[in-house]
Design a protein. Structure first.
Length: 317
C-alpha cells in the first residue's frame, strides 16, 4: 500500500492505493478509461496496453507506433485513438488489437488527443498546431494556428469549442466551425501541460510553474490558484463538481476542493513523474507515471459530496 498524507485529509475521507499495474518496459505517458473494468495506457515503449482493473492483468498489447505513445483517448466501446512521437495518430479496434487507420499530417510529435464527437477527433502537436480529423476518412479537415510553442493538451468545452494548453504559457479557446481563436488565457508563468473542463464556464489548467489555475471562460479571468505541488503539474482531471485531481513531476497526486482551493489529500506511491490521470468512477482514479507503472487509488467520498461525472462525460471531455 502506498503512503498517504492523512494530515491533510478531510475527517470523512480516506485514500488508499488499491493496485499497481506493471508490464510496460518504459514510462507510462497516458491513460484513459474504457468502461467500468478496463483502462488503456500509452507508453515510451511504443505500445498501448489494455488492462483489466479487477485483476490488474494486461489483456492486450497494441503494437504499431515506432516511437513513444504520448496520449490515448476512447472513441467508443471498441475503438481507441493514440498519438505518438512518430508524428501520427492511430485508430485501434480493441476487440482485435488491430490498427484500422493512421492519421498523418503533423510535422512533429503528437502530444495530445481528444474526442469531439463520434466521427471527429482533435490532436495537438509539438508543431504548435491543433488538427481536426474526420475518423471515417482519416482526413484532416481543419488546422488551428495561433500558439507559438508546443501544444501540450486539448479538451472539449462543448460541441463547437475546444480549449488547448501550450508551452507558450497560455491557453486558447477555439471555435471549431471557424477554426478561430476566440480567447486567450494568460496568467501562468511557464508551460501549460494540462487542461480539463469543470463546467460550462470553468476550466482548470496545470503548469510547469507548479500551480493549477481555475479560469472563468466567459471573462478569461483566473478566479483561483491552487498551490502545493513542489514541481511541474503534468495532468489534471475532474472528480466531481467541487473536486479535481492533479498529478505532478514531484511524484505525487493531489485532491483539491475547488470552492476553497484547499488540498484535501496527497497520494504518494509513484517513484517518478505522474504524467496522466483519469477517473474510473466516483471513488477511484488511475494514474500513469514515468516509473513505468499505473496505480489505482480509491477515494472515500463523503456522503454530502457532489455527484461525479459519468464515464461518457469523461470520454467526451
Amino acid at each position: 500500500m502506498s503512503d498517504i498524507d492523512n494530515d491533510t485529509l478531510d475527517a470523512n475521507a480516506t485514500v488508499t492505493c488499491a493496485s499497481t499495474f506493471q508490464g510496460h518496459s518504459s514510462q507510462v505517458l497516458g491513460v484513459a478509461v474504457l468502461g467500468s473494468d478496463r483502462i488503456v495506457s500509452g507508453s515510451g515503449d511504443s505500445t498501448l496496453k489494455l488492462w483489466e482493473v479487477s485483476t490488474q492483468r494486461c489483456v492486450a498489447t497494441f503494437q504499431g507506433h515506432s516511437r513513444h505513445v504520448r496520449c490515448v483517448a476512447v472513441l467508443d466501446s471498441d475503438r481507441i485513438v493514440s498519438g505518438s512521437e512518430d508524428k501520427t495518430l492511430k485508430l485501434w479496434e480493441v476487440s482485435t488489437q488491430r490498427c484500422v487507420a493512421t492519421f498523418q499530417g503533423h510535422s512533429s510529435y503528437v502530444m495530445c488527443v481528444t474526442v469531439l464527437d463520434a466521427d471527429r477527433i482533435v490532436s495537438g502537436s509539438a508543431d504548435s498546431t491543433l488538427k481536426l480529423w474526420e475518423v471515417s476518412t482519416q482526413r484532416c479537415v481543419a488546422t488551428f494556428q495561433g500558439h507559438s510553442n508546443w501544444v501540450m493538451s486539448v479538451t472539449v468545452l462543448d460541441a463547437d469549442r475546444i480549449v488547448s494548453g501550450s508551452a507558450d504559457s497560455t491557453l486558447k479557446l477555439w471555435e471549431v466551425s471557424t477554426q478561430r481563436c476566440v480567447a486567450t488565457f494568460q496568467g501562468h508563468s511557464s508551460e501549460v501541460w494540462c487542461v480539463a473542463v469543470l463546467d460550462a464556464d470553468r476550466i482548470v489548467s496545470g503548469s510547469e510553474d507548479k500551480t493549477l489555475k481555475l479560469w472563468e471562460v466567459s471573462t478569461q479571468r483566473c478566479v483561483a490558484t491552487f498551490q502545493g505541488h513542489s514541481s511541474y503539474v503534468m495532468c489534471v482531471t475532474v472528480l466531481d463538481a467541487d473536486r479535481i485531481v492533479s498529478g505532478s513531476a514531484d511524484s505525487t497526486l493531489k485532491l483539491w476542493e475547488v470552492s476553497t482551493q484547499r488540498c484535501v489529500a496527497t497520494f504518494q506511491g509513484h517513484s517518478s513523474d505522474v504524467m496522466s490521470v483519469a477517473v474510473l468512477d466516483a471513488d477511484r482514479i488511475v494514474s500513469a507515471s514515468q516509473d513505468n507503472t499505473l496505480k489505482l487509488f480509491e477515494v472515500d467520498t463523503p456522503p454530502d459530496a457532489p455527484g461525479p461525472k459519468s464515464a461518457s462525460q469523461e470520454w467526451a471531455a
